[in-house]
Design a protein around this ligand. Structure first.
Ligand SMILES: [Zn+2]
Length: 197
């Protein structure tokens, strides 16, 4: 079946999104052609606006429009706790657990199998923060899988040069699971039961 070029292009673009297969892409594309034009326009504009205005926070790496971000600006948060997360989506999950410290977001999914190298992760800003002396505990909130384990060991090794307690989230997180998709109660318990490494 031949599709018009514009429709084919829309399906192709949608299919590049995670979890969207060819059938879903086609269904979404046809749906977008049926909705009121203003709604389709609003979606296109929302994508462009988010792409141009949302940036990683210069202090913690969390996604923000204002720099520093709302978490870094919040003076009621505990400045002595620093939680290391791989992605902004992990921060969103950890925030729901009630954690009230600071963050350092790596913003890069680390995968040994995917060819990533530990040396390519820029941890200089983190070490800078640690040398500031305000942080007393570093909480490694990395995914409970092999990559998370390797990354945790690497960061713990670098941080060992500073006078900070280094902890990891307690087990109870599903092994091979993903912090982003962990429910807030499990995550809160994992933070409360964090263990020194
Ligand atoms: Zn920030």
């Amino acid at each position: 079946m031949r599709l018009t070029r514009a429709l084919e292009n829309l399906i192709e673009q949608l299919q590049k999104l995670p979890t969207i297969g060819p059938k879903t892409a086609q269904r979404l594309a046809l749906h977008l052609l049926k909705v009121p034009e203003a709604q389709a326009q609003a979606l296109a504009e929302a994508i462009i606006e988010a792409r141009t205005s949302v940036r990683p926070c210069s202090q913690c790496g969390y996604l923000t429009e204002a720099d520093p971000c709302v978490i870094c600006r919040d003076s009621t948060r505990d400045k002595s706790l620093l939680c290391i997360a791989e992605e902004a989506s992990d921060v969103m999950a950890i925030e729901r657990s009630g954690y009230r410290g600071q963050y350092y977001v790596i913003n890069k999914a680390f995968s040994l199998m995917g060819g990533n190298r530990l040396e390519d992760i820029d941890l200089a800003p983190l070490l800078d923060k640690l040398s500031g002396g305000e942080i007393r505990e570093l909480i490694l909130a990395l995914n409970p899988d092999i990559d998370g384990e390797v990354l945790a060991r690497y960061i713990a090794g670098l941080a060992a040069a500073y006078p900070v307690r280094i902890t990891r989230l307690a087990h109870g997180l599903p092994v091979g699971g993903d912090i982003e998709y962990t429910d807030e109660i499990t995550l809160r318990k994992a933070i409360e039961g964090r263990k020194e490494i």
